[in-house]
Ligand binder design. Structure first.
Ligand code: BGC
Length: 434
């Protein structure tokens, strides 16, 4: 412990930065109009509403298209990251691109990814590569997505091909991004919403997938358990394939870890909060703990749980809020890492951490506080990396383009021109000393 942080940089994902044909693009086409129509009701109370009202009520906001044109402009993006002093970039390979149909591997797509990763190395950036970041091939999603018991088999075909093509380019792999978020889609509320007709609250690859006629019940908890088992099998199979190709590879998943207790919590409240936080991601981690080389932390927000077991979304008197209305505590990442570091005997990589903030003021503060905390965290834990979400503004799933997550701003009215925000300059300045 106490070594220099090896991986310091930022994160992005394929569909969010270059848009693809997949289960999400199909869902976007079906729901863009509805999403625009309900925007005033959904986002009208946010402070950012006057700034985003036009964009959020325009159906085009909800179609990814070619997103922020990262595929066309990745060399420029790598150059910007390198100029900012980053040593690593978390990116992804898109399953839907590599395996366009069940029995087919697109070798040309793999060649493109090889060039992509080689270019990243040319800029001195260590790739951290995610194999599944929320979007799925349509053929896989149309017939049940993760409910399918052959999920691991199909994913293995894809991972094997990826390893043959680019395995030598990558040491750090994230098999699945936030599997627990997918499992939440099988919760009772979503299942009922789906049973009575779906709508924009039922996201892609949720319970509607593979639904058989007259099968209105049984999503929860039966399907949820199946999905959890299939995703865990998928992760384990991918882990083994990667290690067969490269025994030195570091393989993990990216796990949502919110802080469920206030910083001044007493022991009881802290314990309850940890039970809550573990419930959020825990079943998943425990299922795969023997197949994980590092714990990936995606951390964004805080919830408070009180001694009466009430879950409280903390008020504005306690925390600031992001543009998306998520409570923001500038120091909560340190609390979460302290906890994960004590609980699991594993190296930790912060795979995502950031804030949706069009003003950049909160992001600047978050970067400053995080850089202060990282120095101490490196001494106390086996922390291997910090990857800020996100390198660039991008397509924020069902919210579309209005949330601004980037260290680098994207000008959508001007061919997606990039310009580093002040937070990026602060980050560049501070990471030199890590
Ligand atoms: C996801 C990202 C997303 C970010 C902000 C994470 O849950 O991995 O894809 O953009 O949160 O919502």
């Amino acid at each position: 412990m106490g070594e220099d942080l090896k991986l310091v940089g930022a994160s992005l994902s394929p569909h969010q930065t270059y848009g693809l044909e997949n289960n999400w693009s199909r869902w976007e086409d079906e729901h863009a109009g509805q999403l625009a129509a309900i925007a005033p009701e959904k986002y009208g109370d946010l402070d950012v509403w006057p700034v985003i009202a036009d964009q959020a009520t325009d159906p085009d906001n909800y179609r990814s298209g070619d997103a922020v044109k990262h595929w066309e402009r990745y060399e420029e993006d790598f150059a910007l990251a390198a100029e900012l002093g980053m040593t690593a970039l978390r990116t992804g390979i898109a399953w839907e691109r590599v395996q366009p149909s069940p029995g087919e591997i697109d070798e040309a797509a793999l060649d493109d990814y090889r060039t992509y990763l080689e270019t990243m190395h040319d800029y001195g950036l260590e790739p951290v590569v995610t194999l599944w970041h929320n979007s799925l091939p349509q053929w896989f999603a149309a017939d049940g997505a993760w409910v399918r018991d052959d999920a691991a088999e199909h994913f293995s075909t894809y991972v094997d091909a990826v390893m043959d093509a680019v395995g030598d380019q990558v040491t750090y792999w994230v098999t699945l991004n936030e599997p627990m978020a997918d499992l939440r889609k099988y919760g009772i509320v979503t299942s009922v919403a789906d049973a009575i007709g779906g709508g924009p609250d039922v996201l892609p690859d949720g319970p509607a997938n593979g639904r058989k006629e007259n099968e209105l019940l049984g999503y929860y908890p039966v399907r949820k358990r199946r999905v959890a088992a299939n995703m865990a099998d998928t992760h384990r199979a991918a882990y083994d394939i990667i290690h067969d190709h490269d025994p030195d590879a570091m393989v993990g998943t990216a796990n949502t870890v919110a802080r469920w207790w206030p910083p001044d919590a007493g022991p009881v409240q802290r314990m309850l909060g940890r039970i809550g936080a573990q419930w959020e991601y825990g079943g998943w981690v425990e299922r795969t703990i023997d197949h994980i080389d590092f714990f990936g932390v995606n951390h964004y927000t805080v919830l408070d749980i009180d001694v009466a077991l009430d879950m409280v979304v903390p008020g504005r008197e306690t925390y600031e809020y992001s543009d998306m209305g998520w409570p923001l505590d500038y120091g909560s990442l340190a609390d979460v890492i302290d906890w994960i570091g004590e609980k699991y005997d594993l190296p930790i990589i912060v795979t995502e951490h950031g804030v949706a903030d069009h003003t950049d003021r909160k992001r600047q503060e978050l970067v400053r506080q995080t850089m202060d905390d990282l120095e101490q965290l490196q001494d106390d834990h086996d922390l291997r990396g910090y990857l800020h979400w996100s390198l660039l503004d991008n397509f924020e799933w069902d919210k579309g383009f209005w949330p601004r997550w980037g260290l680098i701003a994207v000008d959508y009215d001007n061919n997606c021109e990039r310009s580093p925000r002040e937070s990026a300059e602060i980050y560049a300045d501070r990471i030199q000393n890590l």
